[in-house]
Write a protein that binds this ligand. Structure first.
Ligand code: FPP
Length: 281
C-alpha cells in the first residue's frame, strides 16, 4: 500500500442494512468527508506541566491553548473529520474561582482571536455542554463563532465546556420521556441536542487522554461506546502533530469487531503531514 494512503474505516452502522437481524441503529453520523475519523481528547496535565517549570497553573492553560491550535491545525491532514476536545468539565467548577475565571477568560479570548483562522481553515466549531452557567459574554461569543464557522467542511471541532456526559444523558432522557419509541439513532440525536452538538455527530473512533491518568472522567459516555482508548504520559501542553500522528498510527493497528467475530476493516494510517515521532505512551 502507498505509505501515504489513509484507508477509511467503514463504520458498521454506515454499512447497508443486513437482510436479517436487527438493522444497525447506531447513529453513525455524517463524517466530515468519507471515512474520516472522530478523535476525542481529554486534555490533561496543564497544571503539572506548569508546576514542573515553577510557573502558575494559568501558564499551563495558556500553553495548553497553544497545543489546541497545533492539534486542530494538524487534524484534517491526518484523516480526522471530527475532533472533540474536553476543555472544562462540569466538575471543574469545583476549582478555585481564580482558576475558573482564568479559564473562562482564556476560552473567550481564544475564540475571538482564533475565529478568522478557523474560518480560513474550514473548521466548523461547536461548543458542547451546558450554556446556562457560562457568563453571557462568553455565551454570545460562542454563538457568534458557531455562526461564523458554520459552513466549514474541513473539520468538525467540538469543544466541550461545562460538559458532563451523565448530565447530557439525563437531559436527553428527560426530553424523550413522552413515551415515543426509542432507538439508538433517536436517542443519539437527543444526546447531541442536549449538548448543542450537530445532530449528525458520529461516534468516537479514538479517545486519547494525556498526562498519564487512565479514566474517562464523565466524557462522551454514549458516543465512545466502541472507541479505542489510548492513554499517553505526554502532558497536554507538549502535545503536537507528531503525537496525534503516532496515536492514529497505533489506532490503525487495533482490531475493531464491534461485538462481532469478524474484524471490521480498520485504518492503516501513516502520518501524511506530521513528522515521525517516538511512540507517545
Ligand atoms: C486539565 O489539566 C485541563 C483543563 C481543565 C483545562 C483545559 C484547557 C485548555 C487545554 C486550554 C484550552 C483553551 C482553549 C482555547 C480551548 P489540569 O489543569 O487538570 O492539569 P493537572 O491534572 O496537571 O492539574
Amino acid at each position: 500500500m502507498n505509505s501515504s494512503t489513509f484507508n477509511p474505516i467503514p463504520h458498521p452502522a454506515a454499512a447497508s442494512a443486513p437482510t436479517d437481524g436487527p438493522a444497525p441503529d447506531v447513529e453513525a453520523g455524517a463524517r466530515r468527508g468519507p471515512g474520516r475519523l472522530h478523535v476525542a481528547i481529554i486534555m490533561d496535565g496543564n497544571g503539572r506541566w506548569a508546576q514542573a517549570r515553577g510557573r502558575p497553573r494559568a501558564a499551563g492553560h495558556v500553553a495548553g491553548a497553544a497545543a489546541v491550535r497545533r492539534t486542530v491545525e494538524a487534524a484534517p491532514g491526518l484523516g480526522v473529520g471530527t475532533l472533540t476536545l474536553y476543555a472544562f468539565s462540569s466538575d471543574n467548577w469545583r476549582r478555585p474561582p481564580a482558576e475558573v475565571g482564568h479559564l473562562m477568560s482564556l476560552f473567550s479570548r481564544k475564540l475571538r482571536i482564533e475565529a478568522p483562522r478557523l474560518v480560513e481553515n474550514g473548521v466548523r466549531l461547536h461548543v458542547i455542554g451546558r450554556r446556562d452557567r457560562l457568563r453571557p459574554s462568553l455565551r454570545r461569543r460562542i454563538e457568534a463563532i458557531e455562526e461564523r464557522t458554520r459552513s466549514g467542511t474541513a473539520l468538525d471541532l467540538r469543544l466541550a465546556i461545562d460538559y458532563s456526559a451523565r448530565d447530557t444523558l439525563m437531559q436527553a432522557a428527560g426530553h424523550l420521556s413522552g413515551g415515543a419509541p426509542l432507538s439508538r439513532a433517536v436517542f443519539g440525536r437527543a444526546v447531541a441536542a442536549a449538548m448543542h452538538a450537530p445532530p449528525e455527530s458520529p461516534d468516537v473512533d479514538l479517545l486519547i487522554r494525556t498526562a498519564g491518568e487512565q479514566r474517562l472522567s464523565d466524557f462522551l459516555l454514549w458516543e465512545a461506546a466502541y472507541a479505542e482508548l489510548l492513554f499517553t504520559d505526554v502532558q497536554w501542553p507538549d502535545f503536537d502533530a507528531g503525537h496525534l500522528a503516532d496515536a492514529l498510527t497505533r489506532f490503525g493497528r487495533r482490531e475493531r469487531r464491534f461485538g462481532g467475530l469478524a474484524p471490521m476493516p480498520t485504518a492503516t494510517h501513516t502520518p501524511i503531514t506530521a513528522p515521525a515521532r517516538r511512540t507517545a505512551t
